[in-house]
Design a protein around this ligand. Structure first.
Ligand SMILES: *[C@@H]1O[C@H](CO)[C@@H](O)[C@H](O)[C@H]1NC(C)=O
Ligand SMILES: *[C@@H]1O[C@H](CO)[C@@H](O)[C@H](O)[C@H]1NC(C)=O
Ligand SMILES: *[C@@H]1O[C@H](CO)[C@@H](O)[C@H](O)[C@H]1NC(C)=O
Ligand SMILES: *[C@@H]1O[C@H](CO)[C@@H](O)[C@H](O)[C@H]1NC(C)=O
Length: 402
């Protein structure tokens, strides 16, 4: 029902031999889905919103990467009330029933050394997102006629348990990664991954477009604070937030869902990859439609920066300043941390080849994102890159739609 024509074609191609030649000629790596069965998982009750089994895509590592693991959370927004969760349960965002069963592994997930020099031969896993609360809820809604599972936390744990016997239990190096709502999940689960791995394993975390700012919108309202607060309450997320964070914010522990409040409590090394004008944040935190009352003032600027007025550009520059300010303690004090805060209008840059590593991919001080992340992970040099303000950087493609 949600399958698009091209995806149907892809699935059909998968079932006959010639697809291989086709995929190879396009340098595509298509990886099938593994379902996390209720019976095999040590964690019971791990279901998508609609009760379907969760799934991941696993491509085995080889050579020098055979004992290293990259786990990548899929993103895709949140649901914050019963209606949005019910709606989501009937789409690929809330049910594996409606998901494509093959994923295109590119960028940080590519197995091609020239396209992904740091991680191409690692075990690489894409964890599909179907709970609507960044893999962190643990609750259930049942009014007798309709049932919704809020089991993100259990999905996370069940996936890990499923992967442990496949080699994850003996991991030497691991990178927990993810984009958007998956980039937020990285902050929430970063330290927990270590608990499942050998004591001497290196565990680091890369959040791509997951640094959602606790910021006011243009009408001076706390729109995102209220959306995230509702997600946390509805889905029972608070019990899974970092207790060190929640006990320091007793007046509003739900705020620990925001990376900027939780970051200083994370022990494992973190890399924050985000643009300072993240398009999702621009459209939903800074200028949500509820705040652009006449629905006109920002209508064009939201989708084409060249049409923004000077005062709108100033508003965007202030947002960038706010993000840099929120990251400053991390920039200044984290010795193990890394960052790449560029000034492009984009959202999610690690999984698409054109932004991860390409001849014309975005750069800050001549470095690509792939190099910056590699320098940080392998400790080749300090890797904290902050771009100059828009429109200074010609390597930005500023493809708006998020
Ligand atoms: C890897 O990518 C490069 C650059 O796109 C391409 O020339 C090469 O053929 C690819 N290798 C494989 C094995 O697909
Ligand atoms: C999941 O497994 C438990 C324990 O085996 C069982 O009680 C439960 O009915 C199962 N749930 C589903 C939906 O299969
Ligand atoms: C963290 O990991 C342990 C497994 O060692 C698990 O039992 C626990 O529930 C996890 N906690 C959170 C908050 O993820
Ligand atoms: C898969 O990814 C490659 C590299 O980013 C891209 O060229 C190709 O169009 C993608 N294929 C599909 C079906 O999305």
């Amino acid at each position: 029902m949600v399958l698009r024509i091209s995806e149907v074609a892809l699935v059909m191609l998968l079932t006959c031999a010639p697809w291989l030649t086709y995929a190879q000629s396009q340098h595509q790596l298509l990886v099938g889905m593994t379902m996390v069965k209720n019976t095999t998982a040590k964690v019971l009750g791990a279901y998508c919103l609609d009760g379907s089994l969760p799934g991941y895509h696993f491509h085995k590592g080889f050579g020098s990467g055979a004992s290293n693991w990259l786990l990548q959370f899929e993103g895709g927004g949140w649901c914050n009330d019963l209606k949005s969760c019910r709606d989501r349960a009937t789409t690929r965002r809330g049910s594996t029933r409606y998901m494509t069963k093959v994923e295109n592994f590119s960028g940080i997930l590519s197995n091609n050394e020239s396209l992904n020099p740091e991680f191409y031969n690692w075990n690489r896993v894409k964890l599909r997102y179907c709970d609507g609360a960044s893999f962190a809820g643990d609750s259930k809604y049942d009014d007798g006629t309709s049932l919704l599972y809020f089991r993100g936390q259990k999905i996370w744990q069940a996936m890990i348990h499923d992967l442990l016997p496949k080699g994850l239990a003996n991991a030497e190096k691991a990178l927990l990664s993810g984009c958007s709502a998956g980039g937020l999940a990285v902050f929430l689960h970063c330290d927990n991954l270590s608990k499942y791995l050998p004591k001497d394993a290196t565990v680091k975390c890369l959040s791509d477009a997951g640094f959602f700012l606790d910021a006011k919108d243009i009408a001076n309202r706390d729109t995102i604070r209220s959306v995230f607060g509702d997600v946390v309450t509805l889905q029972g997320v608070e019990q899974n937030l970092d207790p060190k964070c929640t006990s320091s914010l007793v007046d509003d522990p739900k705020l620990c869902f925001f990376p900027q409040h939780a970051l200083s409590y994370i022990k494992n090394p973190v890399f924050v990859l985000n643009t300072a004008y993240d398009v999702w944040q621009f459209h939903n935190i800074l200028v949500p439609s509820s705040a652009d009352r006449r629905q006109q003032e920002w209508k064009y600027c939201k989708y084409d920066i060249t049409t923004c007025t000077d005062s709108q550009i100033d508003t965007l520059q202030d947002y960038r300043q706010e993000m840099l300010k929120a990251l400053y303690p991390f920039y200044k004090h984290s010795t193990s941390g890394g960052m790449f805060i560029n000034s492009c209008f984009a959202h999610c840059q690690s999984e698409s080849q054109g932004t991860w590593l390409d001849v014309d991919s975005p750069r800050v001080r001549k470095q690509t994102i792939a190099e910056a992340v590699g320098d940080w992970y392998f400790e080749r040099k300090e890797s904290k890159l902050v771009d100059c303000a828009y429109p200074c950087n010609p390597s930005c493609k500023n493809i708006i739609p998020a």
